[in-house]
Ligand binder design. Structure first.
Ligand code: HEC
Length: 626
């Protein structure tokens, strides 16, 4: 992070903390503070707190707007920063929401003269809740963006209600009678409880969407800051529980608990401030979904066993038993009379059940959750094929069946990369295998890792080739692909000089036709079949006409031959139907029984494919147990 980014994050924390304090204090006055004589003095100091929070929010907000504008514009002097502020304020989404927020703050401050708590709470709440529109969530857009904005807004309101209520609570405990102070603590409980539930629920949602799930949480710098924030939150929560369950009752009974209570609340405030700072740094960093997550554990959760009828019973029973054991333990904690027998039973159940849960975990590697950046491009597959012939065929064989010339002299037989088993590995695992290689049990190197030899890009290209080749061999053996395969990404030239790629066809089916110089294609019009047509030409100069585009890269021919399991020469005349989601669904070769040269047959096949879309996560990890 550069200096200016750090300054922006700090100002952002101060600004958000002030807004949270404003909202939390107003809410506290309305909900938690008991009414009655003895509270006049504390109400006065709270009104002062509201004023200070509002002003601090206003000043820090203006400063943040300035520094952020300087960062956006790359300004390197104060004068230039001030110069760009109006542009950023008026021309960017960030600026618009910031202006709205500052306006709401000013109105809320004007209402200070008259008691109008409900409307003031609403204004402060809205000012706080627009925060997500100033950050990543505001930039996502669409339904996913709207969901994220809603969840982040709730997250902020909950944090504001709870953390912003701590300072007023601290003041109240300090100047009210000890009975009334205890009553105030009890009055604060509903706010705290609702906030904690909202915070936890919305945090889960943000981890899933912004952070790329657990791999993003554990494996990226962004995730680590989130973990730190989560850790602070847990300590904060423990303190809050201690205050409520132990100290509040003591405070009701005796005034001598007051200092302990105040120290504890002060500690909560410090932790709360740290959480806000962590949140501000999180918000100014790139979310984990843009970074390859480095998985820190030697295993990962794999729920694949549940989809297999032969294996789901064991973990299901074990999970059920674990849950029952936990329920018994909770009952034991609540009812003193059954405590020891219950805890004993809990221990016994868990000792039996937990070992059976190990089928839910599979071996994992640091790269297990890496995702391929190649889009399964035709150029990547063709490059991977050349690399394979040069670097891997000695051991794995030209056809990758594990029968290369060097195979017999190795301590382990090279894997047959055309086997069904190969498809059980996800991309990240294959990346690890190829970059780190394998050692035989006796310590001898069976396959040296390629991480120092090949670039990361080359390794991804090899993986694309191996997937394409594996599918092609299965196609050659059985006449169909064993699992859905995406159409290799390509560029094509269309009539009118338009250049498209596969993504431009999303939502439309496509017919891919391989045409070579010595192939006599029926000059028929594809225009009416209801699909885009992409001709892959070899050895002839083809020009786009009507709805027919021409693939631009020669590698598309190579990639298609590989996924179909045929030689380059034998590809001519082949047609492939790609569905609206980019999956290759059916292939036809001249001489096949079903006649695709008949437009009616082809159209019927196309309709059938379009009406049966497939919903699978092809790159997701499939079940695999070592
Ligand atoms: C020196 C011989 C050798 C070379 C060269 C070699 N491998 Fe291997 N490879 C092996 C052996 C042996 C195994 C099996 C290890 C085992 O069973 O634990 C293996 C296993 C694999 C696996 C794991 C397959 C599975 O299903 O578990 C992959 C993937 C792989 N190799 C890819 C490659 C690629 C890609 C290259 C070229 C960049 C390559 N290998 C070069 C010997 C070699």
């Amino acid at each position: 992070m550069s200096d200016i980014e750090i300054a922006a994050a700090v100002l952002r924390s101060v600004h958000v903390a002030a807004l949270a304090s404003l909202f939390g204090t107003l809410l506290f006055m309305a909900v938690a503070l008991p009414v009655g004589s003895g509270t006049a003095q504390v109400r006065r100091s709270m009104r002062r707190l509201v004023l200070i929070s509002g002003l601090a929010g206003l000043i820090a907000g203006l400063a943040w707007l300035t520094v952020q504008s300087a960062a956006i514009a790359g300004a390197d002097s104060v004068a230039m920063a001030l110069h760009v502020v109006p542009t950023v304020a008026l021309r960017t989404q960030f600026g618009h929401w910031m202006l709205l927020r500052l306006f709401l703050l000013v109105v809320a401050l004007f209402l200070m003269r008259r008691p109008g708590v409900a409307i003031q709470i609403a204004l402060a709440g809205v000012a706080l809740a627009v925060q997500p529109l100033l950050g990543h969530a505001g930039a996502i857009g669409g339904a996913a963006g709207a969901q994220l904005i809603a969840s982040e807004a709730l997250h902020l309101l909950a944090a504001g209600a709870w953390l912003g209520g701590l300072l007023p609570l601290f003041l109240a405990v300090g100047c009210l009678s000890h009975e009334m102070a205890a009553a105030t603590c009890r009055g604060f409980t509903p706010i705290g409880l609702a906030s904690v539930l909202l915070l936890a629920g919305t945090a889960v949602m943000q981890i899933a969407t912004l952070m790329g799930g657990l791999p993003g949480l554990f494996g990226t710098g962004y995730g680590h800051v989130a973990l730190l924030k989560l850790g602070l939150f847990v300590v904060l929560l423990s303190l809050a529980v201690l205050n409520r369950l132990v100290l509040t009752d003591r405070l009701a009974a005796t005034a001598s608990t007051r200092p302990h209570m105040r120290v504890s609340i002060a500690a909560e405030m410090v932790l709360g401030a740290l959480v806000v700072v962590a949140a501000a740094f999180l918000a100014s960093r790139t979310p984990g979904t843009h970074e390859q997550p480095v998985w820190p554990f030697a295993w990962r959760l794999d729920l694949g066993v549940f989809s297999d009828t032969a294996s789901w019973a064991e973990p299901t029973i074990a999970l059920g038993a674990t849950a029952i054991g936990l329920a018994i333990a909770v009952a034991g904690v609540i009812w003193h009379r059954i405590r020891w027998p219950a805890l004993g039973m809990f221990a016994a159940i868990e000792i039996v059940a937990i070992p059976h849960l190990d089928v839910l975990f599979v071996a994992a590697y640091p790269t297990s959750f890496f995702t391929s950046p190649t889009e399964f491009a035709a150029t990547a597959i063709a490059h991977g094929a050349r690399l394979f012939a040069a670097d891997c065929a000695v051991c794995h064989g030209v056809e990758a069946r594990g029968d290369g010339p060097a195979a017999r002299s190795l301590p382990l037989p090279p894997a047959d990369l055309t086997a069904n088993h190969f498809r059980a590995h996800n991309d990240g695992e294959l990346y690890w295998f190829i970059s780190h290689g394998f050692t035989a049990p006796d310590g001898e190197t069976a396959m040296a890792g390629f991480s120092g030899v090949l670039s990361s890009e080359a390794i991804w290209h090899l993986i694309d080739y191996l997937r394409a080749h594996n599918a092609g061999i299965a196609m050659r053996r059985t006449g169909s692909w064993p699992q859905p395969l995406p159409m290799p990404q390509f560029d094509a030239q269309c009539s009118g000089g338009r250049i498209i790629d596969l993504d431009d066809l999303r939502g439309r089916a496509a017919l891919i036709v391989a045409v070579s110089g010595d192939e006599q294609v029926e000059p028929r019009s594809f225009d009416n079949i209801g699909a885009a047509v992409v001709v892959v030409a070899r050895g002839i100069a083809a020009t786009p006409t009507g709805a027919t585009c021409i693939a631009s890269e020669p590698q598309v021919w190579t990639a298609l031959a590989i996924v179909l399991g045929v030689s380059l020469d034998a590809l001519a005349g082949t047609q492939v139907l790609v569905d609206q989601d980019g999956w290759m669904r059916a292939a036809w070769r001249p001489g096949d029984a079903e006649d695709w040269t008949d437009p009616n047959t082809l159209a019927a096949r196309l309709r059938d494919i379009q009406s049966h879309p497939i919903a699978v996560n092809m790159t997701g990890a499939q079940v695999h147990h070592h």
